[in-house]
Design a protein around this ligand. Sequence first.
Ligand SMILES: *Cc1c(COP(=O)(O)O)cnc(C)c1O
Length: 369
Amino acid sequence: MAKATESTLEIDLSALRHNYQFIKSKLHASTKMMGVVKANGYGSDGIIIAKELSRIGCDYFAVAYAGEGEQLRDVEITTPILVLHPLPTNFNTILEKCLEPSIYSLKMLKEFITFAGSKNQKDYPIHLKFNTGLNRLGFITSEIAAVQQLLSKTSSVKVKSIFSHLAASEDPEENDFTNGQIKKFEHISEEIKTILGYQPLRHTLNTSGILNFPEAQFDMVRCGIGLYGYGNDVRFNKHLIPVLSLKTVISQIHHLSDGDTVGYNRKGKASKALKTATLPIGHADGIPRSLGQGKASVYINGKEAPIIGNVCMDMIMVNVTNINCEEGDEVIIFDKNHTADTLATKMNSISYELLTGLSSRIKRTITYT
Ligand SMILES: *Cc1c(COP(=O)(O)O)cnc(C)c1O
């Protein structure tokens, strides 16, 4: 494979296929897979990821906002798309692009029914979101009667699925709470089936839910981070392959002497002879400033090079005193061996934040290795 000659996020589609198959292998053959491709495919490239997932048979997609679904429709992706967090101002886009809204409040249900009716829709697919403990979005149990009221008076919409979201599926210490959420969701499902007279699809598991609570897979699962190769747990990470590698290149090498300093505010200090490399990637690209001053390292020719001084907007400087390297050499920020998960830990965060923070300025390329 060609070496990076500028800051590049490599997308390994064979790793994506591997993760998809591994997660499928944890599920019943009949359980549908909803690939979560919100936030531009967790910071990668939502279109590239969605095209590959739809090619290999992914049943459904989830995005956060209507505009993200619109982007997928505009490249001819025809897989059903759930919009997790629609806003009334997006209803037109939703209808025009055949997107399926998550309906999470009575106010929104009323508004969407009125809207769909005004556009002469019949059985427009909607998804009812229930709050079982995350307290973010969703109906509560006591609203079910009012939901029934509204649905009984319209044929403009039809409930395609009901779902809920787990608060702590990755945390074994919260297993009792998670099992409580699952129980609650089961009861809600029964009630909804009774009031509708049919069984909509049911889904409540995200990646960690799939891996830790497979008994609660119901009819479909919503998998995000696992598809990108992170399982939030060493037991699962060893079966998943990180899809994304962030690489860059050495722009310039400097030889400093005792007393010289590096970068803004002179936060990098040479106490003896020091060789530094300047890299064309900074906090505007999604390398947090908190990783500066030695907090994190990059990898050059197999050796670890700590960030020296503050992270700049467009650059970082790294200590390469003991590394045999030259201008133009490839630099690894994270890859399959030095994972985004490990780097995220150094910024007191999680892979999700590091990946989705990678800016559009970074070039995306596909690799098949
Ligand atoms: C983002 C999201 C998911 C995916 O979660 P992962 O942990 O990435 O698998 C699933 N469901 C909802 C409602 C989400 O917001």
